[in-house]
Design a protein around this ligand. Structure first.
Ligand SMILES: CC(C)(COP(=O)(O)OP(=O)(O)OC[C@H]1O[C@@H](n2cnc3c(N)ncnc32)[C@H](O)[C@@H]1OP(=O)(O)O)[C@@H](O)C(=O)NCCC(=O)NCCS
Length: 389
């Protein structure tokens, strides 16, 4: 083996495909304890935030790295609710956006559209535009709901400022105010999705921020990353999977056939969690509540049976594969009357404060991201004139 080939092989071994296991930064925003199934935002356990906080307060926590006092929360909530209104040019853009496009494509374009109205001189001061305008957190739900209604031939429903973030979203979709329980469940679903460490979209946001780009461009890039089927969208696939199973009795044969054909069960497994995802535990609770309330436990019963039989099968193989957040969430959204095409956009609107938190942290100790690639192409090629090719 020549020296050149040996050094080439050594270099290839150094490639960390997908950056798995590579430490790229320090963070104090989110801790995922995959072994024990625990999740923290700025040190607060997710189940504590879910129980006592609101999406608005959790957004403050992610933007300012501490919980607000009474006055700060009141100010922030007022500001965020006033920021829900979209301007006429944005509404016109939504109306004229190609009807067949995916709402994630609209979201990405809208963020850049909004950016045009902002004074970028303050971008890198303590008063970053994202904290000033709250566009990315406050307006994404309005844009999603407006697009959904207009696309379906319904009237645009402007936001209200007397409802929490989740309840207002349901109101803008349905055109009627949801009851308190449903509004609160929607709000809690958003808390559970607000942050989750250095996944692909969050890393994308940090990479764009590292070139000192604006928070708008960083968020729009993150939305693009989330749109990909390897990131957002597993909950939609869970709902589709449930449609293939007729009854609880069919669950075991379905799972055995899936194992035989090496088909993955959607909503199961996670790169980091080797225990049940704590968000799945909470999602299951909402699904149970809504199933009883709506007198429709079909999906709940199917999911519980899948969970039970899958566990037995995994125990036999000694594999730590448990339900992730997506296992129950699609069924929760369905019972809230939300169509599957909105599942990933909801993920985006919930994750906006998490993305912004990482952008702000990136700026505190920034260095532009510039990894290396192993060059594997020809060199010094002869440039033939056009007529000789
Ligand atoms: C999330 C996910 C991509 C994590 O992937 P990962 O850490 O790279 O794990 P791998 O895909 O390499 O799987 C490791 C092993 O577990 C098995 N496995 C993982 N998830 C599985 C699932 N959902 N159903 C059945 N088997 C699964 C794999 O087949 C593989 O088995 P093998 O060692 O015999 O080949 C993967 O679990 C998955 O595709 N889940 C379903 C989709 C989903 O719910 N995504 C949402 C994530 S929040």
């Amino acid at each position: 083996m020549t020296q050149a080939i040996r050094s080439m092989m050594m270099s290839e071994e150094m490639i960390h495909k997908g950056l798995e296991g590579v430490l790229v930064t320090k963070t104090s925003i989110c801790k995922v304890n995959g072994e024990e199934g625990k999740l923290y935002y700025y040190g607060y356990p997710i189940d504590v935030l879910e129980k006592y906080s609101s999406f608005e307060e959790t957004s403050y926590l992610l933007l300012y790295s501490h919980l607000p006092n009474k006055e700060e929360l009141a100010d922030f909530t007022t500001k965020m609710r006033l920021a829900r209104q979209i301007s006429n040019p944005i509404l016109e853009m939504i109306k004229t956006f190609p009807r067949d496009s995916h709402p994630m494509e609209l979201l990405q374009s809208s963020i850049n559209f909004l950016s045009g109205y902002v004074d970028h001189k303050i971008e890198h001061s303590a008063y970053c535009n994202c904290r000033q305008t709250l566009h990315q957190i406050a307006q994404l739900p309005t844009i999603i709901a407006a697009f959904y209604r207009i696309k379906n031939g319904l009237e645009y429903v402007p936001p209200r400022d007397d409802l929490n973030h989740g309840a207002n979203f349901l109101y803008m979709l349905r055109g009627v105010v949801p009851d308190k329980e449903e509004g609160d469940i929607m709000d809690k679903c958003l808390i559970l999705h607000a942050e989750h460490g250095l996944n692909a979209s969050t890393f994308t946001a940090r990479v764009v921020a590292s070139s000192l780009s604006t928070c708008y461009c960083s968020i729009s890039a993150a939305i693009g990353s989330l749109y990909g089927s390897l990131h957002g969208g597993a909950n939609e696939k869970v709902v589709n999977m449930l449609k293939e199973i007729d009854s609880v009795q069919d669950v075991r044969p379905f799972l055995e056939e899936a194992a035989r054909t090496k088909r993955k069960i959607m909503g199961m497994g996670h790169r980091v969690y080797k225990a049940m995802d704590p968000r799945a535990v909470l999602m299951e609770g909402y699904l149970k509540t809504l199933s009883t309330k709506k007198g429709n436990s079909v999906n709940y019963n199917l999911l519980k049976e899948i969970q039970k039989v899958f566990r037995e099968m995994m125990d036999e193989k000694d594999k730590a594969i448990y339900p992730n957040v997506d296992f129950f969430s699609g069924a929760v959204y369905e019972l809230l009357g939300i169509p599957p095409t909105l599942f990933t956009p909801i993920f985006a609107m919930a994750r906006a404060p998490g993305w912004l938190s990482h952008i702000l942290e990136q700026r505190q100790d920034n260095r532009i991201f510039r990894p290396k690639a192993l060059f594997d192409g020809p060199l010094d090629r002869e440039y033939l004139p056009l007529e000789a090719r």
